[in-house]
Ligand binder design. Structure first.
Ligand SMILES: NC(=O)c1ccc[n+]([C@@H]2O[C@H](COP(=O)([O-])OP(=O)(O)OC[C@H]3O[C@@H](n4cnc5c(N)ncnc54)[C@H](O)[C@@H]3O)[C@@H](O)[C@H]2O)c1
Ligand SMILES: CC(C)[C@H](C(=O)O)[C@@H](O)C(=O)O
Ligand SMILES: [Mg+2]
Length: 357
């Protein structure tokens, strides 16, 4: 078994160091090989996703990813920007199904900006389609307009599109996942305005016929954004497109206390996966040793479960995370009065210690 380890930029290196520390402490038989990705790879090789990094990822049983990006690269041509590395990995590996579970651990009920009673016991799963939508649709670009409100003005455009098989397969993933939990799927769309999402709604409704034991509800994305903070526990599985899923999962992260608590798994049809926290490289806190490594450590647990067939080890990690939270250890993003503030490495060390206990 081989894990490709791609720390990336900013806090990516700090949080992946803690996750690999935890993986090594499990004493399982797998090999880990690291490579540069994102801005770090651009600096060293002139490209955010060098051929060697892509090949390492393709040939591994799973990929553990940190984060990419920094404001200083924002002026580069788009193909050279760090974010293209994660988009390229998702596309090249066919990682169409992105699982972003938002779970509010009992100990963190007070860390959220929402009232405790709204989020206590929260356990929802956002399933985000990850290789289609306006993220990848062609054509896109800049041009001089020939119509519209300002003919002959400079304009930019992107293409939102989904094919039937793309919607069918992500809908099936969502119904299958719901079957194993609360048996309810909320499909989030913007069918009242967008053709792409009327089609999405129609196809999801059709696929639902094969899953009569699962309840299907449709919701417009603007309402979903509102309901997520009004009554989040009314959701079980949310399935949505690439862009809405990006936005709603950041929103859902605050229901768990912090974006530093939201792990993710991105899977292809062979259950090969890339595992990364849902957050980015956080340049504002990078290098300070204060980033929360738990989303990445929990992503490593998802990797053991989904790609490496190590359910027991996954559970050990999740139990160890709960234990350190019960001990009152908190990185600054989840700190509240009466708890103990720790840094990134101390948090990782505490998880390792809790594994042994
Ligand atoms: N998958 C990825 O690699 C990924 C995901 C999102 C953003 N990005 C990139 O990251 C860069 C920064 O983007 P952004 O600031 O919009 O989003 P971000 O997620 O990096 O940070 C948003 C806020 O959350 C905080 N935060 C994030 N992770 C944290 C953690 N583990 N512990 C504590 N606090 C944490 C940050 O300090 C910041 O205040 C950009 O270049 C963006 O493109 C990359
Ligand atoms: C960095 C960016 C390309 C990425 C996305 O938009 O998918 C990020 O925000 C995420 O949520 O993983
Ligand atoms: Mg995002």
């Amino acid at each position: 078994m081989k894990i490709a380890v791609l720390p990336g930029d900013g806090i990516g290196t700090e949080i992946v160091a803690e996750a690999t520390k935890v993986l090594k402490a499990l004493d399982l038989k797998f090999e880990m090989e690291s490579a540069l990705v994102g801005g770090a790879a651009y600096e060293a090789h002139g490209h955010p996703l060098p051929e060697s990094t892509l090949n390492l990822a393709k040939n591994a049983d799973a990929v553990l990813f940190g984060a990419v990006g920094d404001w200083k690269y924002d002026k580069l041509d788009r193909p050279l920007r760090p974010e293209q590395a994660i988009l390229g990995l998702r596309k090249n590996l066919g990682l169409f199904a992105n699982f972003r579970p938002a779970i509010c651990y009992e100990q963190l009920v007070g860390a959220s900006s929402l009232k405790p009673e709204l989020i206590a016991g929260l356990d929802i799963l956002i399933i985000r389609e990850l290789t289609g939508d306006i993220y990848f649709g062609q054509p896109r670009g800049r041009r001089v307009a020939t119509d519209g409100h300002f003919p002959s003005a400079e304009e930019a455009f992107d293409t939102m599109r989904y094919s039937k098989p793309e919607i069918e397969r992500i809908a099936r993933v969502a119904f299958e996942a719901a079957r194993k939990r609360g048996k309810k799927v909320t499909s989030v769309d913007k069918a009242n305005v967008l053709e792409t999402f009327q089609f999405w709604k129609d196809v999801v409704t059709e696929v639902h016929k094969d899953y009569p034991d699962v309840e299907l509800e449709h919701m417009y994305v603007d309402n979903a954004a509102m309901q997520l903070v009004k009554k989040p526990k009314a959701f079980d599985v949310i399935v949505t497109g690439n862009m809405f899923g990006d936005i709603l999962s950041d929103e859902a992260s605050m229901l768990t206390g912090s974006i530093g608590m939201l792990p993710s798994a991105s899977l292809n049809s062979k259950n090969q996966g890339l595992y990364e926290p849902s957050h980015g490289s956080a340049p504002d806190i990078a290098g300070k040793g204060v980033a929360n490594p738990l989303a990445t450590i929990l992503s490593a647990a998802m990797m053991l479960r989904f790609s490496l067939n190590q359910e027991e080890a996954a559970r050990r990690i999740e139990a160890a995370v709960q234990k350190v939270l019960a001990q009152g250890l908190r990185t600054p993003d989840i700190y509240s009065e009466g708890t103990t503030k720790v840094g990134t490495a101390q948090m990782g060390d505490a998880v390792v210690k809790a594994l042994a206990a």
